[in-house]
Write a protein that binds this ligand. Structure first.
Ligand code: LLP
Length: 422
């Protein structure tokens, strides 16, 4: 989080003090750093050197059009999983030759849209989907480029809800049946079988699962070649983990003790598996989402009340699970810090939202700098899977989104009003 730091006792996004943004735009508020997004993208892209590759940003992590435009302008590709995401990617200016359309349940109209827009590859996940893509391509009198997503049965050692490459998960084609699936795809009309796709999970914090997957890919391609099938493209998915604890430091802020082993940087992740994939001579695409936007965004909220029930202390904020779902859904940890340091005292609290659900919390049993009503708080590393998972539950309008570039501030999504609830 290079671009969110304390200057003296105030938290800044780039050169803008966050308390000023609260004053102007209110809370809850998503704030993003333009330069952090771009730096994150570049650090992954440059790890490839001169190799034939594309870094296809996974729109699902954050699909604000203005963030997408930043990445399209940098030359990134896009990984989309719905017709809506494809629409946004095209609107933002991503070139179709650098768009992969993934997803386990594509509808016929979505396949038709992707084919008419000439995306680079549809990543297919089953025999029935291959059949449907072939039928639609025939009807449109075109050829569909497809890659087959293989489920390698590798454990990414992350949260069970975001594990995708195990045979017990719904994703991909069972590795034991994958050679047959390639043969089947080649037997269908109007398909050009170009590649292999893997994506084993998200928030992966070690390089080993990627190395294991890369070895699997190399061995699989050898077997495929022995059967006479040659492909030229590997889509290696996304999944690089980011550091959620101790994202920002200040001597008044309690040091967090979990996640003490540092997460590898995106360049370290790429460096761990790229030499293995290079042996194949294929072009390599990645689909990172979180590692490009997570530490480029925060959720700003205001303390409404503090209270005690029995021995438990609560800080009630104006943001809750409708604004940031990750703590409730995955018990995910986001560091929370005050926007202004006014005391060096801290206490153990639950930071909870205003939603009528016991599972509505931003942090539990957390050592937090002592706060009082009206204090501003920043929920850090919230740029990925934050705003995209907001909801209208309890009839709450969605927050505004702000993009900061140096001293410049731009509203990239207006705060919703009651009319948006109708
Ligand atoms: N490619 C595919 C096919 C995916 O399914 C995903 C994420 C990505 C790429 C991007 O993965 P990333 O680089 O962001 O890890 N809502 C959860 C994360 C769900 C990830 C789903 N798939 C969370 O908040 O942690």
């Amino acid at each position: 989080m290079r671009y969110f730091q304390f200057k003296e006792n105030e938290l800044l996004c780039e050169d803008v003090p966050l308390p000023e943004l609260v004053e102007e735009y209110g809370t809850p508020l998503y704030v993003y750093s333009r330069n952090q997004v771009i730096e994150n993208y570049k650090s992954i892209d440059s790890a490839f050197g001169a190799m034939d590759h594309a870094v296809c940003y996974a729109l699902k992590a954050n699909s604000n059009l203005h963030i997408l435009k930043l990445l399209a302008e940098e030359g990134a590709g896009a990984d989309v999983v719905s017709a809506g995401e494809l629409f946004l990617a095209l609107k933002a200016g991503f070139t179709p030759e650098k768009i992969a359309f993934a997803g386990v349940g594509k509808r016929e109209d979505e396949i038709e849209y992707a084919l008419t827009q000439r995306v680079f590859s549809l990543n297919a996940e089953s025999h029935q989907e291959l059949q449907l893509i072939s039928r639609v391509a025939l009807r449109l009198n075109t050829t569909a480029r497809v890659s087959l997503r293989i489920n390698p049965d590798i454990d990414p050692q992350s949260h069970p809800y975001i594990t995708t490459g195990l045979h017990s998960n719904k994703f991909g084609i069972d590795s034991a049946k994958a050679i047959d699936a390639f043969r089947y795809a080649l037997s269908l009309p109007a398909l050009e079988v170009i590649g292999l796709h893997t994506h084993i999970g998200s928030q992966i914090t070690k390089t080993e699962p990627f190395i294991e997957t890369a070895r699997f890919v190399v061995q699989f391609l050898e077997k495929l070649r022995e059967t006479g099938v040659r492909i030229s493209h590997i889509d290696f998915g996304g999944g690089f983990g980011v550091q959620y604890s101790n994202a920002v430091r200040h001597e008044a802020i309690p040091v967090e003790d979990h996640g003490s082993t540092p997460t590898p940087s995106p360049a370290e992740f790429v460096g761990s598996f790229l030499p293995i994939l290079q042996q194949t001579g294929c072009s390599v695409w990645l689909e990172p989402g979180r590692s490009i936007v997570a530490d480029a965004g925060i959720l700003v909220t205001k303390v409404l009340y503090t209270k005690e029930n029995g021995s438990k202390k609560f800080v009630v904020t104006d943001a809750g699970m409708t604004d940031l779902l990750r703590p409730s859904l995955y018990n995910a940890h986001h560091q929370i810090v005050p926007l202004k340091i006014e005391t060096y005292e801290s206490e153990k609290v639950d930071v909870v939202g205003p939603i009528c659900e016991t599972g509505d919390f931003l942090a539990r049993d957390r050592s937090l700098t002592k706060v009082k009503p009206n204090d501003g708080l920043a929920v850090l590393t919230a740029g990925a899977y934050g705003f995209v998972n907001t909801s209208h539950y309890n009839a709450r309008p969605r927050p505004a989104e702000i993009l900061v570039n140096g001293e410049r501030v731009r509203v990239i999504r207006q705060r919703e009003t009651f009319e948006d609830l109708v």
